[in-house]
Every structure is written in C-alpha cells, then in structure tokens.
Design a protein around this ligand. Sequence first.
Ligand code: DSN
Length: 414
Amino acid sequence: MKLKNKDPQIAKLIELETFRQKTSLEMIPSENHCTPAVQEALGSILTDKYAEGYPGKRYYSGLKYYDILENLCIDRAKKLFKVPHANVQPYSGSPANAAVHLAVCEPGDVTMGMALPMGGHLTHGWKVNFSAKFFKPVQYGVDEKTGLLDYEGMEKLAKEHKPKLIWVGATAYSRIFDWKKLGEIADSVGAYLVADISHISGLVAGGAHPSPVPYVHIISTTTHKTLRGPRGGMIMVTQKGLDKDPDLAKKIDKAIFPGFQGGPHMHQIAAIAVCLKEASTPDFKKYAHQIVKNAKALAEELKKYDFTIVSGGTDNHLLLIDLRNKNISGADAATRLEDAGITVNKNTIPYDPAPPFKPSGIRIGTPAVTTRGMKEKEMKKIAEWYNRVISDAKTVKKVCEEIKKFCKKFPLPK
Ligand code: DSN
C-alpha cells in the first residue's frame, strides 16, 4: 500500500519537505541532494535483513546477495580512494570515529584533534563527547590572525604530549590541508594519523582537494556531504597504515563489529555503493571542481559587499563568514536567511567573543546548489541576496519570492 494511504501524516510531511527543498537554496556545507538512484537503494527491501559479520563470515543466514553487495561497495571504495582496505559498515561519521578510537587506543590514551570552536569536530576530542570522556585529548586550533591551521603550534603540542592518535579534519575550515606536513608531525611522535575527510570526501574523490592517502594511516568519512550519497560512514586504511601496523585493517573491522556496532544497515550500504559508482564518473569530477569554483566565486562576490571571510577566502566547498562588521549575530542572520529561502548554519568563528548559541558567524557551502546545476553566474546573484537580507530585514519577503522563482530553473537531481 502506498505511504499516502497507509500513513497520510508522514506522507504529507515528506511532501512538504520536498516542496521546501525545491523552492529554497540549501547552503549548509555538510548537506547535499542525493540522486533518486541513491534514494531507491536506500528505500529498498534490503532494510529487512540482519547481516552481522562480514562477507563470507556472517552470523545470519539468507545473505548470499548481501555478501556480493558489500564486496561491491568495498571494491568501489578501495578503487575510488586508492586504498588497500575499506570498511563500509559505519552507520555514520561519529560511530566511525568511535571505532577508530577503539581500534588503536586504550581508555586514557592521549589523543589530539582540532578544537570544535576552531572548526574541528565533536568526536576529535571535544570535552562533552565520548572522545574526551574516555581518552585524554589535547586540542589544537587555527592562528588567530590568519585563520589558518596552526601547524607550528600543533607540532609543539604533539612533541609535548606524544599522542597515540592525531585527528585532522574539520567542519568549518575552508583551506587545503597540508597532508605531507601533517604526516611528518605524526611520524615524528609515532602517532597514528587519521584524516577525517567527511566534509571533503567528494572533493578528494573528484580530484578537487589533494588526497591524504600517501601521508595518513587511516581515513574516516561520512558519505552524505560532498560525496552526495546517503547518510553513512566509511573507514579506510592506507598502505602507510598497513606498513605501520600490519593488523590495522583487522583492528578497524573488529572495532566496528563486534566492538561498536551490531548489524550493518545493508540498505544504506547498497546506497553507498550507488553513490561510489556515481562518484567514479567524469561528470562527478566536473561536479567536484565546480563546487570549489562556486565557493571561490561566492567568496569574491561577498567580499564586494564587505563581508569578512575567515582566512580571507576558500579552497574548498565552504565559507565561514565573520558578521561582526554587519551588526547582526550568526543566529539572527541564519533565521533571517531561512525566512528568505536560504538555509545556512549559525557558526562560531575562531576565538569568537560571542557564546556558541548566538555566535558571530555563519557557515555556508556550495555542494547542494552545485548539484542543482548552479555556476559562478548564479553565485553572483546569491551573494546579492545575502547582502540584501543581512543589510535590511524588510527585504526578506521580496527575496523569498525571487528565490522561489529562481529555483524553478534548477531542479533537484533526477
Ligand atoms: N554535523 C556535521 C556538520 O554539519 O559539519 C559534522 O558532523
């Protein structure tokens, strides 16, 4: 029976959300619009089965097609990211990162990661998270003047604290990571280096951001951001990782199952496989480069309206805007933009004098609008809307109408 007949309330909410997505601009940098092919795999009958274990070594029966499916997904991940080992079972990024801790650390070990208010992630050692409750993280940040990762400070901290594990990866950092330098820092103290490429995995896959593969031991990622798949996660082990620890792949697999998770979500793994196939095409390469071109164009246009971009610009898919010269908080700006039909995050800026719930900045990104086919020309228009809405609340209604009309030319993926 169709959903609208069986559960009209839920069907209605999906219909309303579809309309919202079609008629507004999604500019949260960690979000995207996946294709109907990915959605079809995700919404399939594969959700029905348990598949605890790994291909060829399961604890449930009836899994002959699931072994083929999971192996396909693993092979596609290995080929796309050029790594010798991939685990595609993490439910999402946080479980993946918990499993990495479990694989290579003992409770109480010292770890290192970028602090959340500097652009890092909760699971890289932020105080309220498991990664700080069970381990002893030291946290690095960005330079206050340049907004760039403070490699020197990080090296000093690493030498002083000798972490077992170093996380590199961010949720609000718009510059390229110098993987070589980071690899040298980790090697100098014998630490495992993990690249959490959740935000940039689509850019790495499409060649629009350097790959960490030669320099790190482990890579963790979500699959739904620039990679444009379903919500999900993966952990990969590099050759460098296997050279450091020949058991590393086994340790990662054991940490995911039975260490941290139960049955993998096989419908999710099917959808990840579809997204990895899509991400292997020449079209996706173009897409990944266009995301960056759009972000750079948007940054330049916004600067013309006197917006302050943290670090002065962007090399990837996102921009962090410091709104202090605009006399509006990040929270108020995000609400006003949402009313106008542009979805962004309120966000702390590094060394933010304002509290996290009413921070000084907004975080915006181009992955989803690029999926809809927007290019540099459209970024000019979008920057103009940001300026009008943030400068004057009275423009919101008019801009909202303009955006609705504009969105008709850029349908969601087919
Ligand atoms: N929640 C993600 C983001 O928005 O960046 C990070 O996990």
